[in-house]
Design a protein around this ligand. Structure first.
Ligand code: SF4
Ligand code: SF4
Length: 361
C-alpha cells in the first residue's frame, strides 16, 4: 500500500494588494503596523500603529484607507505631535475635533490628485464631514480646520514623506484602474473619478473646455498648456489641448476687471514690494517707500501693501487709504514700481497669488 502523500509544501501566502501597498508605504515612513482586537486605531507615540482586525471594520473600510488616514493625522499634527500617543488627540469629547476634520480635508486634497477621494473615504461618524467637503477642501474659509489642513498639505507635498505618499496614491490608482470595470456595481473599486490629462479631476460639465479657462495658454508653437499645473518653479505647465474637456478647476478667463474683487497679489499673497532707485514712486510717493540698509520697498504689514485701497466689495473704487470700502485698487497705479508693472493678470504669479489666498480653487 502506498504511504499517504505528504502535504504539498506551501511557501507563500495570498495578501490583499492594497494592504501590501500601504503596509509598504508605512514601512517606508518608518512606521510598524500591528493588528489588534483592543483598539480601532492607536498610535503609540513612537513607531507603531495598531489597527483593528478586519472583523471590526465596516464593509467599505480597508486597511489601506485606515493607514493613509493615520498618515494624514501625522501630517496634520506635524513634528510636535508625532511623539505623542494618538497624535496627542483625545476622542472622549469634541475638544480635538478640528484635528480630525483637518485630517479629513487633507485626505480629500491628496486623493483628489488621483481621482480617489470617493474611493479613499474616511470611516466612522466623521464621514459626513468628509462627504460634505467642497471641491477644493483647502479653499480659504471660516472652518479652523482649513489652516491646519493647508499646513499639513505642504508637509505632504514637500516634506520628507512626499515621495512615499505620492507613490502610494499613484499605485493605488493603478490598481484601481486595473479592476474597476470588472468590479461589481457596489464595489469600492468603482468609486473612481476621471483624471484629466493634466492630473486634475475632469469636469462632468461637457460645456467647459480648457480653451475657455483662465489658466489655459498656448506656447509660441501653438501647443496648449495649463498654467494651474505649475506648482513650483521646478514643474512645467502640463500639456492640454484647446478641445479638451476642462477639469474641476475650470475658471472664467480673467481680465483687469477681475482684480477689484480679488486683490490677492496686493493684500496677502506676497510679503514685499521691491522698489528700484529709479522707480518713479520713489520721487512721487516717498512716504510709501522705506529704505532698509539700501533695500527699498513698500511695506506690507500683515501682507497688505500700503498703497492698496478697498476691501473687495462692489461699488465705486475708493481712493482712500487702508481698509476703505469698494473694489481693491492700487492708489499709485500709474506710478507703481516696475516689480508690480511686470505682474500680469492671469500670469503665473497672479495664479500663484490667487491660489495662495484661495480666491482660485
Ligand atoms: S485649470 Fe483650466 S486649463 Fe487647466 S486643466 Fe483645468 S480647465 Fe484645463
Ligand atoms: S492676483 Fe491676479 S486677478 Fe488678483 S488682483 Fe492680482 S493680478 Fe488681479
Amino acid at each position: 500500500m502506498d504511504s499517504p502523500k505528504p502535504p504539498r509544501p506551501i511557501d507563500s501566502v495570498y495578501l490583499d494588494p492594497l494592504d501590501v501597498l500601504w503596509l509598504g508605504v508605512t514601512r517606508q515612513l518608518g512606521i510598524t503596523v500591528n493588528r489588534s482586537h483592543e483598539v480601532f486605531a492607536h498610535w503609540d507615540g513612537k513607531d507603531t500603529l495598531f489597527i483593528t482586525e478586519p472583523e471590526h471594520m465596516d464593509p467599505d473600510d480597508c486597511l489601506g484607507q485606515m493607514l493613509f488616514h493615520e498618515i494624514c493625522h501625522a501630517l496634520v499634527g506635524g513634528k510636535a505631535m508625532y511623539q505623542k500617543v494618538d497624535w496627542g488627540l483625545e476622542n472622549v469629547d469634541l475638544r480635538d475635533l478640528v484635528y480630525e476634520q483637518a485630517t479629513n480635508r487633507l485626505q480629500a486634497a491628496l486623493t483628489d490628485c488621483h481621482g480617489l477621494r470617493r474611493f479613499f473615504g474616511t470611516t466612522t461618524e466623521v464621514r459626513d464631514y468628509y462627504d460634505a467637503l467642497p471641491l477644493d477642501p483647502l479653499l480659504q474659509g471660516d472652518d479652523p480646520a482649513i489652516s491646519l489642513a493647508r499646513a499639513a498639505y505642504d508637509r505632504a507635498r514637500e516634506g520628507p514623506w512626499a515621495n512615499a505618499i505620492e507613490s502610494g496614491l499613484r499605485r493605488t490608482r493603478a490598481l484601481a484602474d486595473a479592476i474597476t470595470d470588472l468590479s461589481p456595481p457596489n464595489s469600492l473599486w468603482r468609486k473612481l473619478d476621471t483624471v484629466h490629462a493634466t492630473g486634475f479631476i475632469q469636469t462632468n460639465d461637457d460645456s467647459l473646455h480648457c480653451r475657455d479657462c483662465a489658466w489655459f495658454y498656448q506656447t509660441a508653437s501653438g501647443r496648449g498648456r495649463c498654467r494651474r499645473t505649475v506648482q513650483s518653479e521646478h514643474r512645467k505647465a502640463q500639456k492640454t489641448t484647446s478641445r479638451a474637456l476642462g477639469c474641476v478647476y475650470w475658471e472664467t478667463k480673467l481680465s483687469d476687471d477681475s482684480c477689484g474683487s480679488c486683490g490677492a497679489c496686493c493684500r496677502a499673497a506676497f510679503d514685499m514690494v521691491q522698489v528700484r532707485a529709479k522707480d518713479i514712486v520713489v520721487k512721487k510717493h516717498p512716504e510709501l517707500v522705506h529704505d532698509r540698509s539700501g533695500f527699498r520697498h513698500i511695506p506690507r504689514p500683515n501682507g497688505r501693501c500700503l498703497a492698496l485701497s478697498g476691501d473687495g466689495t462692489e461699488g465705486t473704487p475708493a481712493n482712500g487709504t487702508g481698509d476703505s470700502a469698494g473694489p481693491y485698487r492700487c492708489r499709485i497705479y500709474a506710478d507703481r514700481p516696475r516689480s508690480c508693472g511686470d505682474f500680469a493678470v492671469a500670469g503665473e504669479a497672479c495664479l500663484q497669488a490667487r491660489r495662495r489666498v484661495r480666491v482660485s480653487p
